[in-house]
Design a protein around this ligand. Structure first.
Ligand code: SAM
Length: 414
């Protein structure tokens, strides 16, 4: 099987079964001869999905069959972004691919559209918001919403910035220290930059050179904004902490490493995801109490039991689109309302688990104000015994920051 067919099969699974790109990729990557090529092409197509849908709509009289749409997207990505593949080869390879998958009937059509695409790309929309949606390959409803919240210029800035190439990592101070890790990185010839903002953190090129440090639990990959969220929570040694939506466990593990006497209860609603938390804790050498719990349902036994409660709620995830190119797929505007209902229930329950004088932290990896500021505003209005300490929205900046929101509240009744 050709690597292009492996790409086709993965993309076909994503589009038809609405699976995550990363999940389909991982399950079929062993079929690839060149894994890097397949990974790049699959993520490349998914990341350009909105743009290619627009191009296809402009170049065809009626919407082609699903298989032809996927073939055209593969061809377009090869033409636009695969420098190692000249245009004529990109067209020929895609035509061959159509035969390999048994769609020889569409070969002529694929050939014609892609040849026309090589000659001239369709004109971009005249309307600025629509144009940005195509250029940045972000659904129109999202760009409209951002333009309302941040203005078009600022929206353009963060939508067009490229993802930072290095990954944010943190030293596991339970097992080692920054100096020892940096020495090991130097010895391995790894490319890294020290994070001047967050202690014991650095940006590093992920790959074989850092793998042994990761496997030994000396370091972990935790995004800059996730670390900042943990720092905002300001957990102290001796605290009892509840992480209500904990999997895969990044923040729970951070809290548990703050001191020898921090007690962390890590919960998640999905049984299979609890195992991810356990694995993470084992690798990092920290102890967590891991439990299955639906955070939307009030658990009376936990009432007023914790110094710090974190609600790192399920959200639309739009703030991490630069890292997860398929985040926009299958997300519609009307799905946001359902999410906000869940988020409101979780923060409401979380508040009931906070001890007097304790801290409640609410966080998301989205920029939509309905999931962020509006949840906090409504919560504070209905819970006068909580006061807002801080509220921060991070925009993607191409220098390591994702889109992220974190609000910290204190329970003030005596
Ligand atoms: C943003 S992720 C949490 C990331 C995690 N805090 C970390 O730092 O690694 C949201 C989590 O919420 C979980 N979740 C979704 N609905 C939930 C619910 N009703 N109760 C508890 N957890 C839920 C998901 O399984 C997912 O693991």
């Amino acid at each position: 099987m050709s690597d292009l067919k492996v790409c086709y099969n993965i993309l076909s699974q994503v589009y038809k079964q609405q699976t995550y790109g990363s999940v389909s990729l991982t399950s079929r990557l062993n079929e690839a001869k060149n894994r890097d090529f397949v990974t790049r092409l699959v993520y490349g197509v998914l990341g350009n999905n909105v743009k290619y849908d627009y191009y296809i709509s402009q170049m065809t009289a009626k919407k082609p069959q699903n298989s032809a749409v996927i073939l055209l997207k593969i061809g377009m990505y090869c033409i636009e972004c695969m420098d190692s593949m000249p245009d004529y080869a990109a067209v020929n390879n895609t035509v061959e691919l159509s035969k390999e998958i048994g769609k020889q009937g569409s070969s002529g059509f694929i050939n014609g559209v892609l040849k026309a695409f090589c000659r001239q790309k369709p004109k971009l929309p005249a309307d600025e918001v629509q144009r940005l949606s195509v250029i940045a390959s972000v659904p129109l409803w999202v760009v409209r919403q951002y333009a309302k919240q941040f203005g078009l210029e600022r929206t353009r800035e963060f939508l067009e910035c490229k993802p930072f190439e290095l990954e944010h990592a943190r030293v596991n101070t339970k097992k080692t220290d920054m100096q020892t890790v940096l020495k090991k990185l130097d010895d391995a010839g790894a490319e890294y930059i020290i994070d001047e903002e967050c202690e014991n953190c650095f940006f590093v090129r992920n790959g074989q050179k850092v793998r042994p440090l990761f496997d030994a639990g000396l370091i972990t990959f935790q995004s800059l904004t996730s670390v900042k969220c943990c720092l905002t929570a300001a957990v102290k040694d001796g605290d009892e902490v509840l992480d209500m939506c904990a999997a895969p466990g990044g923040k729970s593990v951070f809290f548990a490493a703050v001191g020898d006497n921090v007690k962390v209860l890590s919960c998640d609603v999905y049984h299979h995801r609890l195992e991810l938390i356990q694995q993470y804790a084992r690798r990092m050498g920290v102890k967590l109490d891991v439990r299955l719990m639906d955070a939307t349902v009030y658990n009376k036994s936990l009432t007023e039991s914790f110094d710090v409660v974190l609600c790192d709620v399920p959200c639309s995830g739009l703030g991490v689109a630069a890292k997860k190119p398929d985040v926009y797929l299958f997300k519609e505007k009307d799905m946001i309302f359902g999410l906000t209902q869940t988020q409101a229930k979780i923060i409401e329950n979380g508040a009931r688990y906070v001890k007097q004088g304790g801290t409640l932290v609410y966080s998301t990896c989205t920029l939509l104000k309905e999931e962020n500021e509006e949840i906090i505003k409504k919560f504070l209005k209905q819970n006068r015994h909580f006061k807002l300490d801080s509220q921060q929205l991070f925009l993607p900046d191409g220098k390591g920051s994702d889109g992220f929101f974190v609000a910290k509240m204190r329970r003030t009744d005596k």
